[in-house]
Design a protein around this ligand. Structure first.
Ligand code: ATP
Ligand code: ZN
Length: 531
């Protein structure tokens, strides 16, 4: 029985089409899903859309559509982008589905039966974009939300149902104390802890004067707060299509989720509200929440509401999915903020993928056609000494890349692979097999070429979760016929068989050399806003 790994992206709010920020989180999650599949895990990768709430109701109204028609259109836009980016999700969870409604009702009932829901009066400043009440001290001048700086918050004074978050303050602190890795990176964990230590207030879980949402099961005059139902979308997604939508069914196989990947804007919901809700319902908590930074433009978070984003569809069409995936995984350390510049984007891809990796493969293959008959040089692999510089480095890479992926340190994985490519280039330049060939030293030529080709194979393997199509193309050039992109991983591609030194079979026929990654140039600037 294979081990299991379940992970989620946020369920994106359908107030507008996806932008590069949503793509960023989803690419990262896809990389993790692909990594675990290659390690032999049975993976459940969940993404989807969060479709209720005031912001959606208003947006649909402005567009002259019913909320459901609006949601259907935007959700389809998300799915289409995920196809283009080669995202291998297993479930697309939509919070307007009737099955989700059944799960939410049952969950609400558990929390209600536990005495954690009561009717009270809510007064405060509400950011419709965040769908969240804000503390007065958090607001910018002119009563503006710190995340949605162009939108004033709205004063609310309503009778709402509340969730007794304050009751869970000590339980949360105790949980954090015994689970030091629950929230990563550490700086985010500390942020959450200090927020909890300041004292938690109950939060309202219903709205009046809002139609677009599920009715509160015990009082249909009220509509459930969008966040209460959105987080449960992760649970609904665990149901098999033929299963009755009950909590017991949803939780039977894949719960608790191993990893929630989120942006820092929704940290408190995931790291405070969600665990408390789960405790109230008597359910185990997710294993880990990883919080990444913001993609920014001139220092400000790119977002649908601010309209300062980059259109991922245009970016993929212009430069390819693997290019976009590689750039964001390598250039923005996961957990930190990063600014996007198209010039930098093109420069990085050309330097790493076209030059360091692509050229290395291309020139080595040409020599293999010239000196070893278009075949992987037939050498005795075991005769390559452990101190051989490429073998040594390759062994280091194969021992460390898994840890880097498990820590979601994607930039480190890229650096490991690039290190191997750079050493391969240096090794070729120093060993100059073309000179050795002139001198008739054909055994030496064969060994040099073998080692470089094997280094390229290994780095392509290590990078496969990030640039699956490029890795597949490299493997094909090396004479394999493999599929890194199928829904089922061929057992020959599992890490046990591939993630070490000396795998390339001596004598394997190679393909004709052809550049695997064409050099890019900035053509026309990519449009800034998809909407
Ligand atoms: N600029 C960004 N950088 C990185 N991730 C982002 C960015 N914007 C959105 N995300 C991702 O999307 C999630 C939030 O989804 P949401 O649908 O609320 O998008 P949004 O664009 O932030 O919306 P809005 O601008 O209306 O707040 C974040 O937690 C993060 O995973
Ligand atoms: Zn806001």
């Amino acid at each position: 029985m294979s081990p299991r790994f379940s992970l989620t992206t946020p369920l994106y709010y359908v107030n507008a089409l996806p932008h590069i920020g949503s793509a960023y989180t989803t690419i990262a999650a896809d990389v993790v899903a692909r990594f675990y599949r290659l390690q032999g895990y049975h993976v459940r990768f969940i993404t989807g859309t969060d479709e209720h709430g005031q912001k959606i109701e208003r947006t649909a109204q402005q567009r002259g559509l019913t909320p459901q028609d609006h949601c259907d259109e935007i959700a389809a836009g998300f799915e289409a982008l995920w196809q283009q980016l080669h995202i291998t999700y297993d479930r697309f969870s939509r919070t307007t589905s009737p099955r989700h409604h059944a799960i939410v009702r049952e969950f609400f009932q558990r929390v209600w039966d536990n005495g954690d829901i009561y009717l009270g009066q809510q007064q405060g400043w509400y950011c419709v974009e965040c769908e969240e009440f804000k503390e007065e001290r958090e607001l910018l001048e002119g009563q503006r939300c710190p995340i949605h700086v162009n939108r004033p918050v709205e004063w609310r004074d309503e009778r709402n149902y509340f969730f007794r978050l304050s009751t869970y303050q000590d339980a949360l602190l105790a949980y954090y104390a015994t689970h030091p890795d629950f929230v990563q990176p550490r700086s985010r964990r500390n942020e959450v802890l200090s927020f909890i230590e300041q004292g938690l207030q109950d939060f309202s879980i219903s709205r009046v004067n809002l139609d677009w949402g599920f009715p509160v099961p015990t009082d249909p005059e009220h509509t459930l707060y969008v966040w209460f139902d959105a987080l449960l979308g992760y649970v609904t997604a665990l149901l098999e299509p033929e299963q009755e939508p009950t909590l017991a069914n949803a939780l039977s196989t894949w719960w608790p989720i191993n990893l929630h990947i989120i942006g820092k804007d929704i940290l408190r919901f995931h790291a405070i509200s969600w665990p408390a809700m789960l405790m109230s319902a008597g359910l185990p908590l997710p294993e880990q929440i990883f919080v990444h930074g913001f993609l920014t433009k001139n220092g400000q978070k790119m977002g649908k509401s601010l309209g300062n984003t980059l259109d991922p569809v245009a970016l993929v069409q212009q430069y390819s999915a693997d290019a976009v995936r590689y750039y964001f995984m390598k250039e923005v350390e996961f957990g930190r903020d990063g600014d996007f510049s198209e010039t930098r984007f093109v420069n990085i891809l050309n330097a790493d993928l076209a030059n360091d990796i692509g050229n290395l493969l291309n020139r080595t293959l040409k020599m293999a056609w010239k000196y070893t008959g278009g075949e992987v040089p037939a050498i005795d692999i075991h005769a390559i000494a452990p101190e051989h510089p490429l073998r040594q480095l390759a062994e280091h890479v194969s021992q460390s890349y898994g840890t880097a992926y498990r820590r979601l340190a994607f930039h480190e994985v890229c650096q490991l692979a690039l290190g191997l490519a750079r050493s391969g280039n240096k090794f070729l330049d120093e060993e100059a097999p073309w000179k050795r060939a002139k001198a008739g030293e054909m055994n030496a030529v064969a060994e040099i070429l073998y080692c470089v080709l094997e280094a390229v194979r290994l780095l392509a393997y290590v990078l496969a979760p990030i640039i699956p199509h490029l890795s597949e193309a490299i493997y094909q050039q090396l004479g394999y016929s493999v599929n890194f992109n199928g829904s089922v991983i061929d057992s020959a591609l599992l890490a046990d068989s591939q993630a070490h030194w000396g795998v390339l079979p001596a004598g394997q026929p190679l393909s004709q050399p052809a550049p695997v990654f064409q050099k890019l140039s900035v053509l026309a600037p990519v449009p800034s806003d998809p909407n």
